[in-house]
Design a protein around this ligand. Sequence first.
Ligand code: URA
Length: 235
Amino acid sequence: MELERILHKHGFGTRKACRGLVRHERVLVNGVLSDDPFADFPTDGLVFTVDGVDWPYQEQAVLMLNKPAGYECSRKPQHHLGVLELLPVQLRERGVQPIGRLDEDTTGLLIITDDGQLNHVLSSGKRKVPKVYLATTKHELDAAQIAQLLEGVLLHDEPAPIAAAAVEIAGPNLLRLTLTEGKYHQVKRMVAAVGNRVEALHREAVGALTLPEDLPAGHWRWLSAVDLEKLVKST
Ligand code: URA
């Protein structure tokens, strides 16, 4: 693929702007300066560098973010910054969007992509992709609450009770639960329905993909081929 096109695809502005970057010798390809915007490169395994920052060629952008509290996932954030503000502008230019939403005060694993098909597959209710949450509760948890969550609770505006796929008491006020739907405020509403209250919520995993311990809050990273496979296998 032509270098100018590679840069354009990766969100570095108009074709003209990309040509300018190359002509001004700001771009390396696989570590070698390239000043010809029309030079052709095989994209497999290609890494280009713009102003000292490395970018692996990504046919589709798929990344994970450790979402901090205080950021909204909606397309038009109203009261806080949007999660996309945590990403380089080039990724926003590519049109990446979060797959599903976490509440403003929820932290943890968020998948973000410009791959519409992947987004559709992972967010489709039919696929029942399990999501694992760690909820800190206001009151101590007890066996009756766990039993109710596993049996199913009736939420306002839902036609039938919804059950957690798995529930585990991880501490006196710490609940790990797995849900296969993605309903609005689902964890908070389910926990409220059994007479408790969520004080903090963190998503640990989506499908077989777990938030890496070494990814600090507010940081992101590309999904590796292995990560992607884990995600897709969960559908
Ligand atoms: N359930 C909630 O209540 N909030 C989230 O952010 C995710 C699941």
